[in-house]
Write a protein that binds this ligand. Structure first.
Ligand SMILES: Nc1ncnc2c1ncn2[C@@H]1O[C@H](COP(=O)(O)OP(=O)(O)OP(=O)(O)O)[C@@H](O)[C@H]1O
Ligand SMILES: [Mg+2]
Length: 248
């Protein structure tokens, strides 16, 4: 039996009177690309922040490889193989693209002190170069990240999440604000990374063509609740989902 990589059980998080996440349960299987869709404010980012130790859930459990990680912080989760991209760009504009990638991996290693005593480059440069080639950003690798187009910065941002060689990557709106001509390229890249690393991804995105094409299964959230979980074909044919979200 294939144990799920990630199990979320009855997760709840409220902000005052707002039940941002109201009892969400789902599994992500090894190698799976799992989509999370839903209207603005339906709790998708709050769910991610709980899964990443950024906020502590009020109730519920998160199991990674069968172990309860619900109360661990972001650094510990990163060490256990969870990577992420944020809804907003996190690149350092004044640093080169390549240095952004190297620093992203060093963060994962922990304290500044730990990094200062870490032996030199220790393979990080080679790993950054491999990702730079895979992401087709070699021609801008030595430019300051802030000088790139928004779409290219978004690619750097996604590449940064892969520097720590995570088993599970959570991507919050990888296509947001990106020129439509780049969206297909992001999808192709994520498919390649999924195949070559057998990594699992959870992807929040409003671009339905992207989600339907990329994801193996999709969860629909509405007002902090799970409305449906299924394959893209099942979600497309779900009347309740069409009425609440896709039909609009
Ligand atoms: N730090 C916070 N303090 C108070 N309320 C919050 C906070 N973060 C989120 N909320 C509220 O919780 C609800 C869920 O927000 P969340 O950001 O998780 O939604 P989302 O599905 O990611 O939306 P979007 O698609 O717009 O990114 C919203 O009503 C939001 O206003
Ligand atoms: Mg969000």
């Amino acid at each position: 039996m294939n144990q799920p990589l990630l199990q979320v059980r009855g997760l709840k998080k409220a902000y005052g009177a707002i039940q941002a996440v109201g009892g969400v349960s789902f599994d992500v299987r090894p190698g799976e690309i799992f989509g999370v869709i839903g209207p603005n404010g339906s709790g998708k980012t709050t769910l991610f922040n709980s899964m990443l130790g950024q906020i502590t859930p009020d109730e519920g459990q998160i199991l990674l490889h069968g172990q309860d990680v619900s109360r661990l912080g972001p650094l510990e989760l990163s060490r256990r193989g969870v990577g992420r991209t944020f809804q907003t760009l996190q690149v350092f504009g004044k640093m080169s693209v390549r240095d952004n990638l190297i620093v992203a991996a060093q963060e994962h290693r922990g304290s500044l002190l730990g990094r200062m005593f870490a032996p030199g480059d220790s393979g990080l440069g080679a790993r950054a170069d491999a990702l730079i080639d895979q992401f087709h950003i070699r021609h801008v690798a030595h430019k300051k990240a802030g000088e790139l187009s928004y779409g290219q910065q978004k690619l750097v941002d996604i590449a940064m999440a892969f520097m720590s060689e995570p088993d599970l990557v959570l991507l919050d709106e990888p296509c947001a604000g990106v020129n439509p001509s780049l969206v297909g390229g992001i999808s192709t890249l994520l498919k390649q990374l999924n195949q070559s690393r057998r990594g699992s991804f959870v992807v929040i995105e409003h671009n339905m063509d992207f989600v339907m094409d990329l994801c193996h299964r999709i969860m629909v959230m509405v007002e902090g609740q799970v409305m449906a979980i299924g394959t893209p074909a099942e979600i497309r044919a779900n009347k309740q989902v069409l009425d609440a979200y896709l039909g609009s």
